[in-house]
Design a protein around this ligand. Sequence first.
Ligand SMILES: Cc1cc2nc3c(=O)[nH]c(=O)nc-3n(C[C@H](O)[C@H](O)[C@H](O)COP(=O)(O)OP(=O)(O)OC[C@H]3O[C@@H](n4cnc5c(N)ncnc54)[C@H](O)[C@@H]3O)c2cc1C
Length: 453
Amino acid sequence: MHHSTPTPFPSRPSPHRPSAEPASQTFDAIILGAGAAGLFCAAQAGKAGLRILLIDHARKLAEKIRISGGGRSNFTNRDLDPRAPQRHYLSQNAHFCRSALSRFTPQDFVALVQAHGIGFHEKHKGQLFCDHSSNDLIDMLDRLCQQQRVQRWQHCRIERVDFQPAADNAPEHPPAHGHYQIHTERGLATAPRLVVATGGLSIPKIGASDLGYRIARQFGIGLIEQRPGLVPLTFDAPTWHPFKSLAGISLPARIATGVGKNATHFDEDLLFTHRGLSGPGILQISSYWQPGQPLCIDLLPGLDLTASLQQARQHSRKLLANELAQWLPARLAQTWTQQSPAWQQPIDQTADKALRQLADSLQQWHITPSGTEGYAKAEVTLGGVDTRALSSQSMECRQQPGLFFIGEVLDVTGWLGGYNFQWAWASAHACAQALAQPLIPATVADSTKRRNA
Ligand SMILES: Cc1cc2nc3c(=O)[nH]c(=O)nc-3n(C[C@H](O)[C@H](O)[C@H](O)COP(=O)(O)OP(=O)(O)OC[C@H]3O[C@@H](n4cnc5c(N)ncnc54)[C@H](O)[C@@H]3O)c2cc1C
């Protein structure tokens, strides 16, 4: 098997600890990445009686949970559609996430949070946040792991992953297809199952890395191209110049992109920034936006602005900007009308055509982003490990028995609002259930399938 060839991972010098101890330790499963998915999977698999090792290179535990939801972690969403949970997710393989999400629901996670006495509240559109702090969630997951005697090697660099196939006559009890060997700066760890839960690329400064994608490549598993998602959008300087002074203004909007069957829109708040647009509506649309495509933004959704302006003109002599300020923030109305001399008149002296053009500019604002704020600001990574290589029941790779991928490293990306954590919990749960099943060597599994066919 070509997988036994070691693949070197770029190493970082470790000034803090002496380097690798040669002693090998054996576990039932090793999980790489102690974030949302890795911790939850470890706790569940530990509960099923398995000896689990969790390895993470970050100094602190689950930093992404800590910073999520403004420090209160939007840990799930009640609006997840139980009949079509995939509706709130993007993936090249749209239905892949369905099985796991319907077997571990937001209600299941809520029950866990309640059982641990963690207070939470619903904010907006089904979003559930911790009352106090996301640390409550991290403590809960950490406690669950400790109760199940999960071993954790934290702040531990992973140097290499190898797969050693079982010799045909190996006397294994239970029989295994082979072993994964994880070479780390703390020594060698071995297990018949390896779970990759190393997340996506966003926020590299708290530990994000491409390790999961490199492992996929090592084992011949396909990748869907990655790009930042749930991310503010930026514009080139000349395009953004007229709007720069609007930084800090937030207002409800309808934001659309794409055409035909690829058209998508969100009705959410939009925020002007110095470099471009942000706010929940923009973060949502950013996951659907394709470079080069324009956005079409309605800054006054639900209002027929042309008709409202025409009506106002019958009894008002105010400057157009002042009239507009009854529907829009005054600073926005002022700045917007400065784009054309025809919009700087009292409303009763403004021609019909100019009113219509102003209304169109505000309600069908076509503007093309030049890019995004990138992984430094993105909440998630779109793309990742191609789910077509995995079982949607177990998260196990079909061609590489014993190798699992869970959480954000997969090509499954949720909407803003708790959907990404729900995917982390649900995929971790599906994987833990599979880990709890007895090992069947690939040859036996294949002949069983053939017999049953
Ligand atoms: C600012 C911000 C706010 C967010 N808010 C929310 C929210 O409120 N609700 C929501 O649903 N989602 C939110 N998300 C998204 C959510 O945090 C992720 O989707 C989720 O954490 C993914 O879980 P995961 O376990 O797959 O990956 P992570 O939680 O990212 O965990 C991956 C782990 O792998 C470790 N790792 C990575 N590379 C290596 C390596 N080479 N060696 C060893 N270990 C490694 C990392 O240190 C990390 O601990 C937010 C994201 C960001 C950035």
